[in-house]
Design a protein around this ligand. Structure first.
Ligand SMILES: NC(=O)c1ccc[n+]([C@@H]2O[C@H](COP(=O)([O-])OP(=O)(O)OC[C@H]3O[C@@H](n4cnc5c(N)ncnc54)[C@H](OP(=O)(O)O)[C@@H]3O)[C@@H](O)[C@H]2O)c1
Length: 332
């Protein structure tokens, strides 16, 4: 495993981190989830990403149980707040009330005294940014989180929060956006602003939820057991990516991966890690073998010619519109 600083902070994170959206507490059984977390640790992954909302709060419980007995100082545990965690009108968003309550729930479920990074899962247009950032500052100053991050915030929102964080003497160090060879909407605005401010990207769905592994074939039913067959949750999220023109373009990457001596998954993860503003690629996995495959992308350098060929093949299907970075106008 290789390690990078999280933004301009002093904390190191593993280049490849393990996240448990859709999988833990939902698509995979607890034993399998634990086996994946233990495989991740054995492979040198030290950074784990979850959220209060995943699997209706069960994902944090599964991760906390799986990490029990590990040396806490050897781990970087990230969670998030914003999406609804209960039926109440205040069980969501970034109000002072919900942030103060949700961090306590997360710490209880994760069985830890602090998280290393506490992230705003989206921007909350119903709460003044000053209120949100003061609440985050109190979380940090009470020792419940070391650093603050955001997720899917626009460049101007990141800048405004960064300035408030500095006044409040807390460190806003990261943004968590969707980023893959197929989905590059952060490149035009979010990345340049982040580079200027010293904010690192912890990118989600680097494999486009499995699509970039090449296992979904155009015109064919999805492979058994894959996310596309998970009617409980996964299928709805991956469906937009399962278009024949996307799947056909992805198949054309196979000879390039072979020539580079990489699997398709390794090529996909290595691709996001070529961007120096990326601090970590958060991969998902339903089986330990997937992690064994994906971690080999750490430290891989892709040459300019290969990157150019990838761009030529994917160009017609790549999403680049910076306006795609957005948060709900009203709280969910
Ligand atoms: N901040 C946000 O709003 C946000 C949103 C989404 C995700 N995230 C974070 O990002 C993390 C990763 O997201 P993701 O799960 O969509 O990432 P991903 O790495 O793009 O996709 C992971 C899925 O692809 C399949 N896969 C992975 N490696 C494979 C391999 N080597 N061979 C074949 N299939 C493979 C597995 O699904 P199957 O085996 O089921 O096919 C796996 O669960 C989440 O857990 C979460 O922490 C954050």
């Amino acid at each position: 495993m290789e390690f990078r600083h999280l933004g301009r902070s002093g904390m190191l994170v593993s280049e490849i981190s393990y996240g448990n959206w859709i999988t833990h507490g939902s698509q995979v059984e607890a034993d399998q989830a634990t086996a994946c977390v233990h495989a991740a640790l054995d492979l040198g992954i030290t950074t784990f990403d979850t959220a209060d909302v995943y699997a209706g709060t069960r994902a944090e419980v599964v991760l906390g149980d799986a990490l029990k007995g590990q040396r806490r100082e050897g781990l970087e545990i990230f969670t998030k707040v914003y999406w609804p965690t209960g039926p109440g009108r205040n069980d969501r968003g970034l109000s002072r009330k919900h942030i103060a309550e949700s961090i306590n729930g997360s710490l209880r479920r994760l069985q830890t005294d602090y998280v290393d990074l506490y992230q705003a899962h989206r921007y909350d247009y119903e709460t003044p940014l000053e209120e949100t950032m003061q609440a985050f500052a109190d979380v940090v100053h009470s020792g419940k989180a070391h650093y603050i991050g955001v997720s899917e915030w626009r460049a101007d929102e990141i800048r405004a929060a960064f300035e408030l964080a500095r006044e409040l003497k807390i460190q806003l160090v990261s943004n968590q956006p969707q980023y893959s060879a197929l989905y590059r909407v952060i490149e035009a605005e979010v990345v340049p602003t982040s580079e200027e401010l010293g904010i690192g990207q912890i990118v989600w769905s680097p494999l486009a939820q499995g699509v970039l592994t090449g296992k979904y074939l155009p015109g064919q039913p999805p492979p058994a057991g894959s996310r596309a067959t998970d009617e409980k949750s996964g299928a709805q999220f991956i469906s937009a990516l399962l278009r024949d023109e996307v799947l056909t373009a992805v198949q054309q990457l196979k000879p390039l991966a072979e020539q580079a001596g990489l699997t398709m998954a390794q090529l996909g993860v290595a691709w996001v890690l070529q961007n120096p503003n990326v601090s970590s690629a958060i991969v998902g996995a339903t089986r330990p073998e997937q992690l064994q495959d994906n971690v080999k992308a750490a430290g891989v350098k892709l040459d300019a010619e290969l990157l150019k060929r990838i761009d030529e093949i994917l160009d017609p299907v790549v999403e680049r519109d910076p306006a795609r970075t957005q948060s709900p106008a009203k709280r969910p």
